[in-house]
Ligand binder design. Structure first.
Ligand code: ADP
Ligand code: MG
Length: 360
């Protein structure tokens, strides 16, 4: 296992990149701590696979260095990096049996037969394929083949890191949950450095200790699920994480006060005098309908079981409010109030750090 350091890393698929927009991966500095489980989360096309392939060595970056435990591997081939990678679509040897497929990475490294047999059995149990170990991979469903790919990715205990690139895309929903749980327990058991790529926030938040959020070729925030929820560093993180996402309301801010369409809103902290496009970010969970606050018009109520999502209009803008399952949304709910301590302030989409709170 290893700590993986990215130093001034950037990548463009163009031979002569000009501006920043030509880079699929914008400049990035980051240490992936040894033994942590990370999720790499972002919409399709934001550069997740590009980053993963640079780490594994399938792709050489156009700029910067990659270090494993301080050793420069930027130009080292994949095989020398000692990494297991699982891709979105299955990569299996059709003519081999399931057992042979799972054993392949171990045999390749000359592990002894009794160890191989034992380890293959263990992995087969984890992926639920003990009964089909002697079947040939050809003829198995895509779902089953992907489980073999996952198993092969997990079979070696001595890798520097395990990389998963949206590995559950072709797996049915129930098995998805099961496999994700298995990956998590594998992580607890062996403490591998793991990077798990997904565009699905639920998958990211349930799998990882730390979530790395990417947007348009850039890492916009690295944090625990709680940090991403409470203090999104960028409005994109606010929208992308949470269901529904954070409300972003244009405002002016001075110290402890914000002004929204001429109405004052108290802020729990001192935000100084941010400049540029200033907005308040408030999660639907921290808005409250009632008789106090700013004037709103309720448009629709969606009952999603655990709670209600209320869509309302505030100064011409649609906002979302989460209300309790048993809360009556009636005609007397003409106002919305904010929990001051939970309001974040954004300037040009980036979070403004409140003063005197050590960045919290
Ligand atoms: P993600 O995995 O997040 O969906 P990718 O890393 O695959 O994103 O892609 C990031 C950007 O780089 C996209 O705009 C994509 O079109 C572009 N891209 C990916 N692979 C190549 C390639 N081999 N050649 C040129 N452009 C590419
Ligand atoms: Mg991808």
């Amino acid at each position: 296992m290893a700590r993986i350091t990215l130093e001034n890393l950037a990548h463009s698929y163009l031979p002569n990149p000009q501006g920043e927009e030509d880079f699929a991966l914008k400049e990035l500095n980051h240490d992936w701590i040894d033994g942590e489980a990370y999720a790499l989360l972002g919409a399709s096309g934001c550069g997740k696979s590009t980053l993963l392939n640079i780490i594994s060595g399938l792709l050489e970056p156009s700029q910067g260095r990659i270090l494993f435990d301080g050793q420069d591997v930027t130009h080292a081939p994949t095989a020398e990096r000692n990494i297991a990678q699982v891709f979105q679509f299955p990569v299996v040897y059709d003519t081999m049996t399931v057992r042979e497929n799972l054993a392949f990475p171990l045999k390749n490294r000359g592990e002894d037969a009794s160890y191989v047999a034992r380890r293959v059995q263990e992995i087969a149990r984890m992926i639920g394929m003990e009964d089909v170990l002697d079947r040939r991979a050809r003829g198995l469903t895509a779902d089953a083949k992907q489980k073999i790919s996952l198993g092969r990715g997990m079979v070696r205990e001595d890798v520097n890191a395990l990389l998963f690139d949206e590995p559950l895309t072709v797996i049915d929903p129930h098995m998805k949950w099961e496999l994700r749980t298995q990956l998590k327990s594998l992580h607890h058991e062996f403490g591998h450095t793991m990077i798990y790529v997904t565009h699905d926030q639920t998958e990211a938040l349930t799998f990882a200790d730390k979530v790395v959020v990417m947007y348009d070729g850039r890492v916009v925030q690295i944090g625990t699920p709680e940090e991403l929820f409470e203090r999104p560093a960028h409005t994109f993180v606010g929208y992308f994480i949470g269901s529904p996402g954070m409300n972003v309301l244009p405002a002016t801010v001075t110290g402890h006060r914000a002004t929204l369409a001429g109405h004052e809103v108290a802020l729990g902290r001192d935000f100084g005098r941010p400049e540029g496009n200033v907005a308040l970010g408030v999660r639907p969970e921290y808005l409250r309908l009632g008789a106090e606050g700013l004037p709103v018009t309720v448009k629709r109520v969606e009952d999603v079981g655990r709670h209600k999502i209320v869509r309302a209009e505030l100064f011409g803008q649609e906002i979302s409010v989460i209300a309790a399952e048993d809360e009556e949304i009636g005609a007397d709910q003409t106002r919305v109030s904010f929990d001051p301590a939970r309001i974040n302030v954004y300037a040009n989409d980036w979070r403004v750090t409140p003063q005197g709170q050590g960045g919290a």
